[in-house]
Design a binder for this molecule. Structure first.
Ligand code: ADP
Ligand code: MG
Length: 245
């Protein structure tokens, strides 16, 4: 919780045409921090994560990754992106590849890890996410919860320094949410730095070091989960929590 600064965002702005989606976002995430990002649909949570992973190009502001200011023009974005794992609501597994082939794809082709090593690493990761027996199965044979755990293993296979999760359980049947959250909880316990966009307030209460509440493209409030959930300072935070709890 009190490690080195991993990502710092200063005065980040992003528009789509006339739509100003991120407004002067400031955020700082330290090594091993778990940050839960909450807010209504359309408040800019996904856009913020996508900017942090350079899937979107910011308009202005600074993104400082591990102490270095990242600029699209001067930086090898792909190198930084390798260190930022991302898990989406929809899993985007390759349907024509087996579970283990999905996991070794990027290490082999992007990072040039020898295949034998990649397979060994993938097996360790599959064990970690509780799917050691599924390595040769195709995604269509898996439940949503299993697919999402494969997606997590696939992101981890690149040995990222930080993991970004964008509503990883929102597309799942309710009975499958728990297995994905426990996998994420384990990761947090191991010290992985994580930013998690979620509507799972139980998870946020239990696992987050910080909760960030966004509204209309701005960060309205940042605090410890206990403070945010029990005594939010801002009326808008309170109204949002009342509306969902
Ligand atoms: P959230 O994840 O909090 O629901 P998003 O970041 O997805 O919010 O979206 C914030 C706003 O930006 C929404 O109004 C959305 O319609 C808009 N938006 C997101 N992506 C695009 C895009 N690629 N082009 C145009 N508008 C977009
Ligand atoms: Mg979103």
């Amino acid at each position: 919780m009190s490690g080195q600064e991993m990502i710092k965002v200063e005065k980040l702005n992003k528009s789509f045409g006339d739509l100003h989606v991120l407004k002067d976002i400031d955020i700082s995430v330290k090594e091993s921090d778990v940050v839960c990002l909450i807010g209504a649909s359309g408040s800019g949570k996904s856009t913020l994560l996508r900017c942090l992973n350079f899937l979107e190009v910011k308009d202005n502001g600074n993104i400082i990754f591990e102490g270095e200011k990242v600029e699209q023009e001067t930086h090898n974005i792909n190198k930084v992106r390798e260190k930022v794992g991302m898990v989406f609501q929809h899993f985007y597994l390759f349907p024509h590849k087996s579970v283990i082939e999905n996991i070794i794809e990027a290490p082999i082709h992007v990072k040039k890890v020898p295949k034998k090593q990649a397979i060994e690493d993938a097996k360790v990761l599959l064990k970690k996410v509780g799917l050691a027996d599924k390595e040769n199965v195709y995604p269509s044979k898996l439940s949503g919860g299993q697919k999402q755990r494969v997606a997590i293993a696939r992101a981890l296979a690149m040995k990222p320094d930080i993991m970004l999760f964008d509503e990883p359980t929102s597309a799942l049947d309710p009975e499958l949410v728990g297995e994905v959250l426990s996998t994420m909880k384990e990761l947090a316990k191991e010290g992985m730095t994580m930013i998690v966009v979620t509507h799972e307030m139980g998870f946020a209460k239990e696992v987050a070091d910080w909760v960030v509440y966004m509204h209309d493209g701005k960060i309205v409030e940042v605090g410890h989960p206990k403070d945010i959930f029990e005594s939010p300072k801002e009326i808008r935070t309170k109204e949002f929590l009342d509306s969902i709890l």
